[in-house]
Design a protein around this ligand. Structure first.
Ligand code: ZN
Length: 162
């Protein structure tokens, strides 16, 4: 199992680099990401969160199979937005409502180097957008208004100190 980095670690604010080669090592890393996500009871995990600046994230939402997205590009998002409570393995214990597009169309590669296009709505769309943000150094609290972000962060930091 890989170590999950938490808020305050600079890597979470950095932009991840594209994957250039689809190797057995890459496939093994994807397996480790899945394992770490499952053991952490997460529904998604990005490579930044385990200290690797690579454009890779995995999802594992209830009722859906585990999916990997390598070098993902968001092709389209719905104009409709949805408001739902979110958490993050890198800010353990913090849950707050975030507005995001209700649906997403994304293009990516799997660990074998096969490209695919995928459409999602509901909770899976939210997870995809949350994880894709990680690859650009964006956390879910960064999607809040400045006062709400500060409040959420203070709440998290108070908790983290206990
Ligand atoms: Zn997260």
């Amino acid at each position: 199992m890989l170590d999950i980095v938490t808020y305050g670690n600079e890597i979470l604010a950095q932009k991840a680099e594209p994957v250039k080669e689809f190797t057995p090592e890459l496939a093994a890393f994807v397996e480790e990401l899945y394992d770490t996500m499952v053991k952490g009871h997460g529904v998604g995990l990005a490579a930044n969160q385990v200290g690797k600046l690579l454009r890779i994230f995995v999802t594992g939402v209830d009722g859906d199979k585990q999916r990997v997205f390598i070098n993902p590009e968001i092709i389209a998002t719905s104009p409709e937005e949805a408001d739902y409570e979110e958490g993050c393995l890198s800010l353990p214990g913090l849950y707050t409502h975030v507005m995001r597009p209700a649906a997403v169309k994304i293009q990516a590669w799997n660990e074998k180097g096969r490209p695919f296009t995928f459409e999602a709505d509901g909770f899976l769309a939210r997870v995809i957008l949350h994880e894709n943000d990680h690859l650009n150094g964006i956390l879910f609290i960064d999607r809040l208004s400045a006062p709400r972000r500060e409040r959420a962060l203070n709440q998290y930091l108070r908790r983290a100190r206990m």
